[in-house]
Design a protein around this ligand. Sequence first.
Ligand SMILES: *[C@@H]1O[C@H](CO)[C@@H](O)[C@H](O)[C@H]1NC(C)=O
Ligand SMILES: *[C@@H]1O[C@H](CO)[C@@H](O)[C@H](O)[C@H]1NC(C)=O
Ligand SMILES: *[C@@H]1O[C@H](CO)[C@@H](O)[C@H](O)[C@H]1NC(C)=O
Ligand SMILES: *[C@@H]1O[C@H](CO)[C@@H](O)[C@H](O)[C@H]1NC(C)=O
Length: 213
Amino acid sequence: VCYLFPLVMASLCHGACVEVDSDTEAVANQGFKLGCISCKMRGEVPATAAVNWYFKASDDDEFSHLYSYEDLIGDVIDPRFYERLDWNGSKQTKDLQDGSIYILNVTYNDTGTYQCRFNRVLMYPNYEFQTNASKTIIINVVPRLTRGMASIFSEVMMYVSIIGLQFWLVVEMVYCYRKIAAAGEEALRESAAEYLAIASESKDNCAGVQVAE
Ligand SMILES: *[C@@H]1O[C@H](CO)[C@@H](O)[C@H](O)[C@H]1NC(C)=O
Ligand SMILES: *[C@@H]1O[C@H](CO)[C@@H](O)[C@H](O)[C@H]1NC(C)=O
Ligand SMILES: *[C@@H]1O[C@H](CO)[C@@H](O)[C@H](O)[C@H]1NC(C)=O
Ligand SMILES: *[C@@H]1O[C@H](CO)[C@@H](O)[C@H](O)[C@H]1NC(C)=O
């Protein structure tokens, strides 16, 4: 595949970095990955990076320092997130490109705005060059059942409509069967009457003939 589509696949095949946006809808009491990827523009240049996360709850006015990751060590700074955050970014390297973190047990208080900031130092042979990047993610915490409810509702509606349609079909069949049966009886009665009429007519005729003779 890499051979056939060299231009398209080059980045993927060399394991190079793709900046994917984070999900923004977290489910209460479940884990949630706050994604933050900052690709190094010059992949061949060695670099080190530190990642800092900031959090502004929906009723806060300012960002507060939430988490820092530098030199392979992560540190939860905001007490609201003690014991609840894990590093989910690049592992076993100081050249970070993925700065994602993982909230172990999301609460409604985690609703708010998150910002991740990359401080990267590119190390050229003769000098160092610092670049910064930041991403802002607005997280909405939803109850466990939003999607479940919707799918349960549509499933129930599916059964209701299937059963409803089949019931209607059965009613229609019984109705038609009765109508056909009634029509059949009518037809029988009619033909019987006709037969009798013909019979009596021919009898009359016979009588007439007989009388005429
Ligand atoms: C997550 O937090 C809620 C409320 O704080 C608690 O009831 C629940 O047991 C926690 N779940 C896990 C997996 O820690
Ligand atoms: C992110 O961290 C959580 C908790 O430590 C872990 O369960 C999960 O597998 C990690 N995901 C990745 C992609 O590293
Ligand atoms: C959420 O915040 C409110 C007010 O700050 C606090 O009373 C409550 O205990 C918090 N809930 C959780 C699950 O942390
Ligand atoms: C990058 O951020 C650091 C710390 O936040 C700051 O000291 C530095 O001046 C910034 N560099 C650039 C190029 O913006």
